[in-house]
Design a protein around this ligand. Structure first.
Ligand code: ADP
Ligand code: MG
Length: 538
């Protein structure tokens, strides 16, 4: 228990005199529930008294917000005859207001009020206990706070740096914050998917992946496959950036107004280590996607996740088709470039631009949709099954969803759609359904998105855009301004169906390839919890 819950200057939880490490400067340290304040005195070292009220806030005084402090440690000096006790406080304040980059600093203090080391240590222990009590003040029980994070590292993600990133960038900060964890290296694709199915969820405080978005997708689909999915999917999940596309981390940082795009992956990992150490849990939405299962299972490379899915998978991020999927898939070979791979891939694809014939059907969230581009013809769904006739007949949609949430809007893939849907059949260049803000470090696909939208954003461009216009549009993906381009259509939707009517192309869900063919999806209200950070009210 704290002595008091005061947040004002008059009532500190603790206050006492310390010396800055290896200096003669005395200062008064006050612990409040929202900050640590350092009061100083103008008196020379020889004149400094023990009277706490002779210390005031001077220009050189410092205030450290509790929002930036991760933890503290206590200890003894190097020499056995040193009677002082030492307190170190670990702080990650924003060093640059423009870039929002955080910079580690420590407050190293000596305490020598008493004549024995043990007594000095006891006083310092009280500081440590009370500071930790303030830092861990959230809705969790003490037992939950002591549970470890389960961390999956994909050694093959991104530029192959995930393991180093974890041990060099995450672990040191977590050690300062006293965060317990258990690490598992994934051995193959779908390893984490297999494991979370068996996992005793109650043992862990959350599941974090050190990888890109593919491993997040594996974890989510593994949890959703469980017979107790309703309970299992509540375990908070998160990402520590280790892959080439770290959209979940970027979207979480974006929503929290924390630095993301302008950081190296190593620095971004430190920022996410900070954010996960501060541990806040926010709701996040998902989408259910139905894809067309091919008769020949070799077409999905015996991908266990897809084979066991019964044609229904869960996505937290994107469905990509046309140039978006091509860039994502074809840029795999530039994986060693990390996030840059998408830029190289996009330029390559714009030079060799393709168009894709297809039918896009969707249910606008507002009920209506008026295209910006007047050449786009909007229809109603056909009443009979003719539109759906090309959908693989073996696609047994009726077997879906037995174990998952029931859906509100979708009909089986081989059935006609309701009247209130909008249909566009055309040639397209760009197609994206997105659930989050950032789909790559430098691609803000949906600037208004939160983590729990309850909608998806459909973005598409029909044929007719020139290569120069498309290139120009891609330069505005970083800010999200690409949506304002006159040829870029975007609409908030509850559900969609995409029927590619051309032979060549790719479909990617959360950056993972899925069988090419009709696919549909519906946004699910926030059923997931993610380890994120709510914006502080100022
Ligand atoms: P990236 O951002 O680099 O694409 P992802 O997290 O998306 O990183 O992972 C890429 C792919 O690697 C995913 O398909 C995932 O299932 C797969 N994967 C996970 N663990 C391993 C592993 N140990 N070896 C090979 N592939 C793996
Ligand atoms: Mg990936």
């Amino acid at each position: 228990m704290l002595d008091n819950d005061a947040t004002n200057d008059d009532l500190p939880v603790l206050s006492d005199l310390f010396k800055l490490y290896k200096t003669t400067e005395r200062l008064k340290l006050c612990l409040y529930t929202d900050s640590i304040k350092i009061y100083k005195t103008k008196l020379k070292a020889t004149q400094q008294s023990d009277a706490l009220d002779s210390y005031t806030i001077l220009d050189t005084s410092k205030i450290y917000s509790m929002n930036d402090i991760v933890g503290c440690s206590i200890g003894k000096g190097e020499h056995s005859n040193d009677l002082k006790a030492y307190l170190t406080i670990y702080i990650y304040p924003i060093g640059n207001k423009k870039t929002l980059k955080r910079k580690r600093c420590t407050l190293e203090l000596e305490y020598d009020k008493h004549s024995t080391f043990d007594k000095n240590l006891d006083s310092i222990k009280e500081w440590s206990i009370k500071l930790n009590a303030i830092l861990s003040k959230n809705n969790e029980t003490e037992a939950d706070q002591q549970k470890p994070f389960l961390v999956y590292i994909n050694p093959n993600s991104g530029a192959g740096k995930a393991k180093n990133i974890f041990f060099e960038r995450i672990v040191p900060l977590w050690a300062e914050a006293n965060v317990p964890y258990k690490v598992i290296m994934t051995k193959y694709a779908n390893f984490a998917y297999d494991q979370v199915e068996q996992l005793n969820i109650k043992e862990f405080r959350g599941i974090l992946v050190v990888s890109g978005d593919g491993l997040v997708y594996e974890v989510i689909n593994g949890l959703m496959k469980r017979s107790d999915w309703q309970e299992a999917i509540k375990i908070p999940i998160g990402q520590l950036p280790g892959g080439s596309g770290n959209a979940l981390s970027s979207s979480i940082a974006y929503a929290a107004k924390e630095a993301h795009g302008n950081l190296s992956i190593e620095s971004f990992a430190m920022h996410m280590a900070f954010l996960t150490a501060k541990y806040d849990v926010l709701p996040m939405d998902l989408a259910a996607f139905d894809f067309t299962m091919p008769k020949d299972k070799r077409k999905i490379n015996n991908n266990k996740l897809l084979l066991e899915s019964n044609g229904r998978i869960y996505s937290f991020l994107t469905l990509e088709w046309a140039i978006v999927a091509d860039v994502d898939l074809e840029s795999e070979k530039y994986r060693f470039l990390g996030g840059l791979r998408f830029v190289v891939g996009a330029v390559n694809r714009i030079i060799n631009l393709n168009v894709y014939h297809g039918r896009i059907s969707f249910l606008p969230s507002s009920g209506t949709y008026i295209p910006k581009n007047k050449s786009i013809k909007v229809k109603k769904p056909e009443r009979d099954n003719s539109q759906a006739s090309n959908i693989a007949s073996e696609d047994d949609s009726s077997a879906r969803g037995v174990n998952g949430p029931s859906l509100k809007y979708l009909t089986p893939l081989n059935q006609p759609l309701p009247d209130n849907w909008v249909v566009i059949e055309d040639n397209f260049v760009f197609f994206l359904v997105v659930l989050k803000s950032m789909i790559a470090k430098d691609f803000n696909a949906w600037p208004d998105a939160k983590l729990d939208n309850d909608d998806m954003l459909l973005v598409f461009i029909k044929e007719g855009i020139t290569k120069i216009q498309l290139l120009q549009m891609f330069t505005e993906t970083e800010t999200g301004n690409y949506l304002n381009h006159e040829l870029v259509e975007s609409v908030k939707i509850k559900a969609f169906r995409l029927e590619p009517l051309c032979e060549k192309g790719h479909l990617m869900v959360d950056g993972e390839a899925v069988p090419y063919g009709p696919i549909q999806g519906e946004s699910l209200s926030p059923i997931l919890n993610c380890i994120a950070k709510r914006i502080q009210s100022v």
